[in-house]
Write a protein that binds this ligand. Structure first.
Ligand SMILES: NC(=O)c1ccc[n+]([C@@H]2O[C@H](COP(=O)([O-])OP(=O)(O)OC[C@H]3O[C@@H](n4cnc5c(N)ncnc54)[C@H](OP(=O)(O)O)[C@@H]3O)[C@@H](O)[C@H]2O)c1
Length: 294
């Protein structure tokens, strides 16, 4: 039976929007879909979705609309024609498009001015990893509205993290988690260069990384607590050990004649912290020199 509780519109059918629309259809929702390239709606219509010809039609069809397009430039483009339209009044927008905290804030202001409720979210996984018990999605926005939406949002994943009413929080946390991911990935690629230069199996190197990654996660969780506490006295790993390690990685790269950019960067960061007098503090004390730079 169609009730307002099981209606949802999905605006944007890239790989993630298609996955999200499919999940709601599978859960018996009455799904309305909009996409610039209309052909992408066809398989979803075959599964039972309704096709909206315009963003306005998609918004009008459901009390809640998920927006999941390439970036905020596209969001602005798609909604610009609704500047003076009352279709948004009383509606709820769940913005899952990736962006910065500033973009989330500006977007919330725009939608609120048109009397729409606004929740911002940041998906931490690829489409095929959606709707799993450990699928992490970050959310921010009005607490009551988030609670009201939970029966819809839990369909997307089992590990939803509500970060509070500051609408920029999910996007800011997404930028932080991405910083971690690209930092780790840069180190991973340098490790692959070492593997190649020493003729050992890069695939096996990837396997070993996967095995040590959970332990590294626990270590970083601890370092996060250290930074939050402001107490950098040694509890797990003195910075001096890591200074030596990064210098060794740099020396190895020079000897092997492989690219030295990553080890130069990491050795430099850690050495500066040691020179600032933090060598006998916990590894996370590096952040104190980075803060000074800001
Ligand atoms: N895929 C992932 O692994 C993943 C993971 C986490 C978060 N996200 C986020 O989810 C959002 C969507 O990602 P995605 O992977 O599904 O696909 P995407 O390639 O980032 O975005 C595709 C969507 O944006 C629309 N679009 C692009 N330019 C447009 C324009 N100028 N006017 C109108 N529509 C336009 C596309 O419409 P057309 O079909 O007409 O081109 C399509 O609906 C992004 O913000 C992404 O960062 C994705």
């Amino acid at each position: 039976m169609e009730t307002s509780k099981n209606q949802i519109s999905i605006i944007g059918l890239g790989p993630m929007g298609i996955k999200i629309a499919t999940l709601y259809i599978q859960q018996g929702f009455q799904v309305t879909v909009f996409n610039r390239t209309q052909a992408k709606t066809d398989p979803l219509v075959k599964l039972g979705a309704k096709r909206a010809e315009t963003v306005r039609e998609a918004l009008a069809a459901s009390p809640v609309s998920i927006v999941i397009v390439h970036n905020y430039g596209v969001v602005n483009e798609l909604f610009s024609s609704l500047e003076n339209d009352d279709v948004l009044s009383g509606k709820t927008i769940v913005q899952l498009t990736t962006g910065t905290a500033q973009e989330a804030r500006l977007s919330e202001t725009w939608f609120r001015k048109r009397n729409a409720a606004y929740i911002d979210g940041a998906i931490q996984v690829a489409p095929e990893q959606m709707a799993q018990p450990d699928t992490t999605i970050l959310f921010a926005g009005n607490t009551d509205k988030y609670q009201e939406l939970l029966h819809r949002l839990t369909i997307l994943g089992g590990n939803l993290k509500y970060l509070g009413e500051n609408i920029g929080a999910a996007a800011a946390m997404d930028t932080a988690t991405l910083s971690y991911i690209y930092g780790a990935a840069a180190g991973f690629l340098h490790g692959a260069l070492i593997a190649e230069s020493e003729n050992f199996d890069v695939k096996e190197y990837g396997n070993i990384i996967a095995e040590i990654a959970p332990g590294m996660g626990e270590f970083l969780k601890h370092e996060g607590k250290v930074i939050a506490s402001g107490d950098f006295s040694i509890s797990q790993s003195p910075l001096s050990i890591s200074v030596e390690a990064t210098e060794r990685i740099l020396a190895t790269a020079k000897l092997s004649g492989i690219n030295t950019e990553f080890p130069e960067f990491s050795a430099n960061w850690l050495k500066r912290a040691e020179l600032a007098g933090y060598g006998q503090e916990e590894f996370a004390a590096v952040i104190k020199t980075l803060r000074q730079q800001a």
